[in-house]
Design a binder for this molecule. Structure first.
Ligand code: GTP
Ligand code: MG
Length: 216
């Protein structure tokens, strides 16, 4: 496969401890999700993938033959280790930020975590807060809110939507207002499931990121 045909997609995966970040990253790589222990440092994962949409492209289209090199930066979620998030965001400067929500965990700490993501990302833009806020209005980042473990809330995307509206809307809106030029999306998944639908959801996330970066 020629280099010209390879494109990069990268994400930083954030969220409170136990939300399922490492499980999701393992799924992305097609690996087992048993025996995963809490993450204690920044871990870089890489996998070359093909997106589902590529197989529907005409045989003469270049897009059909591309490879996507996906890089996922898996971070520790324990609150004492949140400062790593700032380092990960600054060092890897990924295309997207995936923020995982665990519907079975206390929302307060997870709202704090989401707010912290917004603040840490801001710090990567400029040391001066006023200048950083100004840059934030123009920056083209991609923020993906992902409600994980929907197997525990009736496997319903509607229930996930309700949870976001009920508990996370204020923090999510603040983030959107701070980064109005960025992409804001949300999804629901059960990373522990090994179903076609789970893999489709992951594919859909990267399809969205790809469209944001490279266009159709
Ligand atoms: N029921 C259910 N459990 C899940 C799901 N995804 C992950 N888990 C479980 O949640 C626990 C924590 O998963 P991890 O992937 O280690 O979570 P993490 O966010 O990486 O945690 P830290 O590394 O501590 O930040 C594990 O026992 C997983 O098996 C899911 O979709 N449904
Ligand atoms: Mg982990």
């Amino acid at each position: 496969m020629s280099k010209m045909l390879t494109r990069d997609l990268s994400v930083t995966v954030l969220g409170n401890t136990g939300a399922g970040k490492t499980t999701l990253v393992h799924r992305l790589k097609g690996e087992d999700v048993e025996d995963i222990s809490p993450t204690t440092s920044i871990e870089v994962h890489q996998k070359t993938i093909r997106l589902k949409s590529q197989s529907f492209k005409p045989t003469l289209s270049l897009e059909r033959y591309r490879s996507y090199r996906v890089r996922a930066i898996d971070c520790p979620g324990d609150m004492s280790l949140w400062p790593y998030w700032k380092k990960a965001l600054a060092d890897y400067n990924t295309n997207g930020i995936i923020f995982l929500i665990d519907p079975t965990q206390d929302s307060k700490v997870q709202i704090d975590a989401l707010t912290q993501v917004s603040n840490y990302y801001l710090m990567t833009l400029d040391d001066d807060v006023v200048r950083a806020e100004r840059k934030a209005r123009k920056v083209k980042a991609i923020f993906f809110l992902v409600v994980n473990k929907i197997d525990l809330i009736g496997n319903s995307k509607g229930n996930a939507d309700e949870l976001i509206k009920e508990k996370y809307q204020t923090a999510w809106n603040h983030l959107k207002e701070r980064y109005p030029s960025s992409g804001h999306y949300w999804e629901a998944i059960s990373a522990i499931d090994e179903t076609e639908q789970m893999f489709d959801t992951i594919d859909g996330i990267f399809e969205t990121i790809k469209r944001e970066i490279y266009g159709e």
